[in-house]
Write a protein that binds this ligand. Sequence first.
Ligand SMILES: C[S@@+](CC[C@H](N)C(=O)[O-])C[C@H]1O[C@@H](n2cnc3c(N)ncnc32)[C@H](O)[C@@H]1O
Ligand SMILES: Nc1nc2[nH]cc(C(=O)O)c2c(=O)[nH]1
Ligand code: SF4
Ligand SMILES: [Mg+2]
Length: 209
Amino acid sequence: MDKAVSNLVSKGMMLPLMEAFYTIQGEGYHKGRAAYFVRIGGCDVGCHWCDVKESWNAKLHPPTAIDQIAEDAAHYSNTVVVTGGEPLMWDMGPLTAAFKEKGMQVHIETSGAYTLTGNWDWICLSPKKNKLPLEQVYIEADELKVIIYNRDDLRFAEEQAERVGPSCKLFLQPEWSKREKVMPMIVDYAMANPKWIVSLQTHKYLNIP
Ligand SMILES: C[S@@+](CC[C@H](N)C(=O)[O-])C[C@H]1O[C@@H](n2cnc3c(N)ncnc32)[C@H](O)[C@@H]1O
Ligand SMILES: Nc1nc2[nH]cc(C(=O)O)c2c(=O)[nH]1
Ligand code: SF4
Ligand SMILES: [Mg+2]
């Protein structure tokens, strides 16, 4: 990569952009709400069931100017969801400032494994056992969304719930390939422990991005 470009990327003025699309937030608290999604490349958390492994290698995704990303987003929606990949691998300060300048509501989907940068209206924290969130992200999270692949993930979910603030919403979301197996377990668990809310990847049922 050009030295000037890699310098801009290191400052968060350009970011490896995998894709951007206008859709319906399929998951969690804002499920059903129209939003523009910005998927930033790069992730080293390594979830074996990750549904966007193509995002992992940042080098495959073109460094894109944040002003361009924000301008495109504002044409579609007042709400933007920044996801990845793991967006917090990059400095999110300039990108979120560009969205805020346009008066947008700015949400993030994150594993919380990297320093929290940026100015967010909504933080969805989806913690992963193999690279746990940093303390600051637990404190700031508006929503905790734990992916359930097997029974031990329910134990992990309780452990993670103890680390977030008192107003943080709590979600259990089936891992997609295991949904038939884990859904009954999640349903029973949410009925016995009603602080937990079931989250489905509704966009996959709707066949939308
Ligand atoms: C692809 S990740 C990108 C953002 C960030 N790296 C993270 O993990 O939160 C977006 C959301 O999809 C969830 N997810 C990824 N693969 C999934 C799968 N196979 N089944 C259910 N949820 C999944 C993640 O846990 C996260 O909440
Ligand atoms: N519709 C839709 N909703 C989503 N919520 C979180 C997503 C993500 O990949 O971060 C996602 C996604 O990829 N599509
Ligand atoms: S942290 Fe997110 S993007 Fe990274 S591997 Fe896990 S689910 Fe995929
Ligand atoms: Mg997704």
